[in-house]
Design a protein around this ligand. Structure first.
Ligand SMILES: [Zn+2]
Length: 269
């Protein structure tokens, strides 16, 4: 079964019809986004999957010992998390020693930056642009939605087996890592949809301004990223999971002016 091309209402109908027996189905309203979402993975299960994936990632990944890098990522992360309406989460910010420019977030507020993405940032506001964007994916509950779509598309049987046995089938583990956002090192490459990217940008810009970072710096980061990727045979992974083009940049730049008053109120000297 594929869910592509189905409207949200139809998709919810399919799930209600097809998965109700698993008692997992649901279309839920997300206030931060102002839309309803097709989510079949209960929050408790997602939290459990996310935590176990995050700890196995921390056990495998080389953690950076660069104090400046860790300090800036934690400082920006805390400021963004504080204004993202997700203060109840146990946020963690990690810098992984890896030259490939990348950053990702897992549900529950677990954010990882590769050390290689920092040189592409001109200032702290650009760190905040990525942090805000990643926090936008959390507030947007995009992982729950991605995982729900993947499971609906690739068979809900695997999740049934996981619930029954407590063991993740390797295929399910790859789907979970990918949907949670851990990227190709740990799972499959699963790009965020255009809708998720635009939503995360919009929320991210809002969080930047509220946290006192100049939202005009966001476009600069994406431009740096696109420049670093230009001429490569394959685009950088970060751009594969967070596809960027000129339309996206234009959308970002359209939203910036309305946020400048918010930034002015919250900026720090
Ligand atoms: Zn993204």
């Amino acid at each position: 079964m594929t869910t592509e091309g189905l409207s949200r209402r139809e998709m919810c109908g399919v799930v209600l019809g097809g998965m109700a027996t698993a008692a997992l189905a649901g279309c839920q309203h997300n206030q931060e986004l102002g839309r309803s979402q097709f989510i079949v993975v209960p929050d408790s299960l997602l939290a459990q999957m996310s935590l176990s994936s995050w700890s196995s990632l921390k056990a495998q990944a080389p953690i950076s010992r660069d104090r400046t890098a860790n300090a800036v990522v934690s400082r920006v992360g805390t400021r963004i998390a504080d204004v993202s309406n997700q203060g109840h989460l146990d946020w963690e910010f990690l810098v992984i020693e890896d030259r490939v420019p990348n950053a990702f977030v897992m549900p529950g507020g677990k954010v990882a930056f590769h050390s290689g993405i920092l040189p592409l940032m001109d200032n702290e506001a650009q760190v905040a642009a990525v942090m805000g964007h990643e926090a936008g994916h959390v507030a947007g509950r995009h992982a729950a939605e991605r995982l729900s779509q993947q499971l609906a598309a690739q068979g809900s049987l695997m999740i049934g087996a996981y619930l029954a046995s407590g063991e993740m089938d390797p295929e399910l583990q790859r789907i979970v890592f990918a949907a949670l956002g851990a990227g190709v090192t740990y799972g499959l490459l699963l790009p965020y949809s255009r809708q998720h990217e635009y939503e995360a940008d919009e929320l991210g810009l809002r969080y930047m301004a509220r946290a006192g970072y100049d939202p005009r710096d966001a476009g600069g980061f994406w431009r740096n990223m696109m420049q670093a990727s230009a001429g490569r045979q394959r685009p950088l992974e970060f751009l594969s999971t967070h596809p960027a083009d000129n339309n996206r940049l234009a959308a970002i730049e359209t939203q910036v002016p309305s946020l400048l008053p918010v930034y002015e109120r919250n900026r720090r000297a």
